[in-house]
Design a protein around this ligand. Structure first.
Ligand SMILES: NC(=O)c1ccc[n+]([C@@H]2O[C@H](COP(=O)([O-])OP(=O)(O)OC[C@H]3O[C@@H](n4cnc5c(N)ncnc54)[C@H](O)[C@@H]3O)[C@@H](O)[C@H]2O)c1
Length: 277
């Protein structure tokens, strides 16, 4: 017997995949080895796209990517060469998803410059460098579509994640700037701001001893759970498809209500104080 879906359940990929909105499109996905990037590769392939992957890590077994380059997104020469050879091997690049990224941080007075550089260079400069070399091709072809992975931490502060938050705030503004610069050239640029998603990046939260922090973070999502990478991939597929043909310069929050506001249990307390009858 089928399970009854509840509001807030992760989307069922079988139900969500009613269309093939990316039929014939060529998508380059960075960070495609893991987590959200890997989920985007699977989702985009099911929606009819052909996929190229770019990651510092090797291509995982079973990945749907037709072509793969092991590249550090901070290395402009390697990025440029990889994009040239991937575009030649697949014919063109219609969609870029920038999902390569790292977590990291600490309070300012304890933060090494090396750690600042690592996080900001991968998350912000890497997104810029890959976009730069893909955009040059999209400008020449007169069409294209960029989806950057920002974060709710690019919209609001979060304890202990200074360079991460700064880098993701930069990605949100870079999205808007690129949308301005390239809109008249037929190129849409958007970003996604996920809440906490269950991927290797958030694996630390699942370590023994960190249950109270994981519980507090989980409860800060109004749906009462963390997200799944497939739920972010579904939003990326929407933004990359013609369903979002008039959407550009947007930061799409996919956060289970994390940024909706605060919840202190006031309603429950007030209900318990209300006179009976
Ligand atoms: N997981 C979350 O809770 C969450 C929330 C908001 C935003 N995001 C963002 O989504 C994106 C994907 O995150 P994820 O959770 O899937 O993480 P993940 O760790 O599962 O995957 C990140 C991928 O980026 C690759 N990568 C790291 N450094 C690289 C480099 N220098 N060059 C090329 N590739 C590199 C890794 O090899 C990995 O495959 C990131 O930009 C992340 O900041 C994640």
């Amino acid at each position: 017997m089928g399970r009854t879906a509840r509001i807030g359940d992760p989307c069922d990929p079988e139900i969500a995949d009613m269309t093939a909105r990316l039929d014939g499109r060529i998508a380059l996905i960075t960070g495609a080895s893991s987590g959200i990037g890997a989920a985007c590769a699977e989702r985009f392939e099911r929606e009819g796209a052909r996929i190229a992957g770019l990651d510092i890590a090797p291509q995982p077994e079973g990945s749907p990517c037709e072509a793969w380059r092991e590249v550090d997104v901070r290395d402009e020469q390697a990025v440029s060469q990889a994009i040239t050879s991937l575009a030649e091997s697949l014919g063109r690049i219609d969609i870029l998803v920038n999902a390569a990224g790292v977590a990291g941080g600490g309070p300012a007075h304890e933060l090494d410059q090396d750690e600042w550089d690592r996080v900001v260079d991968i998350n912000l400069k890497g997104t810029f460098l890959v976009s730069k070399h893909v955009l040059a091709r999209m400008v020449a072809q007169g069409s294209g579509n960029l989806v950057h992975l920002a974060s709710v931490e690019g919209l609001m502060g979060l304890e202990g994640a200074l360079p991460y938050n700064a880098s993701k705030g930069g990605v949100v503004l870079m999205t808007r700037n690129m949308a301005i610069d390239y809109g008249r050239l037929g190129i849409r640029v958007n970003c996604i701001c996920p809440g906490f998603i269950e991927t290797p990046m958030t694996g630390l939260l699942r370590e023994p001893g960190l249950e109270p922090i994981q519980k507090a973070i989980t409860e800060a999502h109004m749906l009462g759970r963390m997200g799944q990478p497939q739920e972010v991939a579904a939003a990326a597929a929407f933004l990359a498809s013609d369903d979002a043909s008039f959407v550009s310069g947007h930061a799409l929050v996919v956060d289970g209500g994390f940024t909706a506001g605060h919840r202190f249990g006031t309603s429950e307390v007030l209900a318990s104080l209300a006179p009976e009858g």
